[in-house]
Design a protein around this ligand. Sequence first.
Ligand code: ATP
Ligand code: MG
Length: 621
Amino acid sequence: MNYSSTFIPTLREVPADAVIASHRLMFRAGMIRKLANGLFAYLPLGLRSFRKVEQIAREEMDAIGALEIKPTVVLPGEIWKESGRWDAMGEGMLRARNRLDNDFVISPTAEEAFTAIVRDELSSYRQLPLVLYQINTKYRDEIRPRYGVMRGREFVMKDAYSYNAGDESLDESYQAMGRAYRKIFKRCGLSVIPVKADSGAMGGSGSEEFMVESEIGDNTLILCRGTGSTNCDYAANVEKAGCAPDSAAQPSLEAAKAAAADTPPYEKIDTPNVTTIDELCAFLSATPQRFIKTLIYRAVNVELDLSAAPGCKGLERKKPADGAKGGVEMYGEAFFAVAIRGDLDVNEAKLAALVKAGEVSLAADADVVRLTGAPVGFAGPVGLAGLPLIVDHTVTGMNDAVTGALAKDLHYRHVAYGRDFSGWMTGDLRTVRSGDRCSLCGGELYEKKGNELGHIFKLGYKYTRSMNVSYLDENGKATIPTMGSYGIGIDRALASVIEEHHDEAGIVWPASVAPYHVIIVPIKYEGDVKAASDRLAAELEKAGLEVLLDDRNERPGVKFNDADLIGIPWRVVVGGKGLSQPKAQVEIKHRSEKENRLVELETAAVELAQKVRDEIAALNS
Ligand code: ATP
Ligand code: MG
């Protein structure tokens, strides 16, 4: 391809809103242009790399037997109402109405669409497992689209869905996807950190996120330094990360009572106008580790059985009227108190998992007052009867603590777990932070920021049940299949490649996703130089390489800068002294190297073809 025949509008300036390297470079290299906030058009150069990432994802899906289909992007609203997500998805989902007043959804994801297709065709266990995928447009009405295509509103996702007869089969599909994902990212030249995304509390390995390290990452990853002598690969999203309990924590209730024997009986202390932990610390000149913080949470769609829980007598567990959520019985709303050590934060994702809730959030002030009988800021575990109390593991080892006393301007001191109160439930609810200890090896945990590139997830029966999918098993019995969902953002993967592979001058493409493998830069595109350049381009193309020939009438410096900016792996300079040698020579240079090397024009194509093949093979291995 001749440079002058394509459309690569490179820029020297950077758009003001482009704060990360990939966003800047995709603009400057003429890969993308912005149509509106969160909406980007790929220009020819960008699209070439985009298609390569897509193709790598496609090949690895095909390699594990997943079958590509192409559903529509505009989806009927009915299927979203069946699954219950018409309501649950909220404003992030773009809806539309046609002239007949029918509801539609612009696909933000496609569990419903795939499940609707499978439902109509599935009859026998012999058809399972069935793994289908698409590489298709998604739209999410992100509140704050940013960082270019890294978080756009419209983007392309490779999304796959597996339908399996039973957990064992689901696990096989899930594991195969996990392996395919590792290959996809490696082939793109991406270093990913796979992190466990399901909570330890739920047990099992039902969800894994593939993260890339990034200063602007939206996720906090908790990683382990190991123990010096051993490496540890513990990695989890902070939303779900666990850690080793403090050594003193989690004694049995008996042991806790015994340990409390030396603690004086608890007593009231006046704490006028003191409502926060900080104020309390100052007032009592103590550290927050001495306090038990009691927080009231509101949970919705709770599946956990609360029939014997304090304050829950009147609650009724019902199947949702619209048959959503797979028709599982649940409490529409329930409240919980959580007691945790004063210096720590409750992890809402862990709490939601523990009580099997759709969502949890801090209760409104009015609810706190109603349930605790005290003003906000004075909740405490002793004598709390209006709602179930969940005690974090960090509190089960405390035996001389300060707590709220369920009355204005009053606290208790010398409070001991096991003696003065116990929980309706205990659990690990704390948000892990740097310096905590790894539950696998005892090593020190640390934090990194990361971006999610892909996610594999065992969904179970959520959609197949609510959307009434079934097949006949070996015994002719109608059975519901279980399901997995697996997604990779193509745009985000592409941007992440640039994040990982660039320097001050521009992009440094891995050969596998480079828009072209070789750029030929004739010093001046005329006469002998033109003839030699054309010949080399033809030879390279014959050898299977993708070639960009910079035929523009520009100074060499300008061409070199553009070549560096757009990041083509190999640059060949034709012209000057090299050509007039007895055996004509050209200069070759890899984008990552500083120095040129002279090679014979005659053998240049063969040598470059081998180099590119070798690099791609190494990425593929
Ligand atoms: P995030 O937490 O970053 O919003 P998510 O958890 O909502 O992502 P999934 O629903 O798991 O994302 O979608 C699968 C993949 O789609 C993500 O791993 C990511 O690569 C990509 N993706 C999701 N949202 C966007 C977006 N707004 N722009 C670009 N890619 C996206
Ligand atoms: Mg996700």
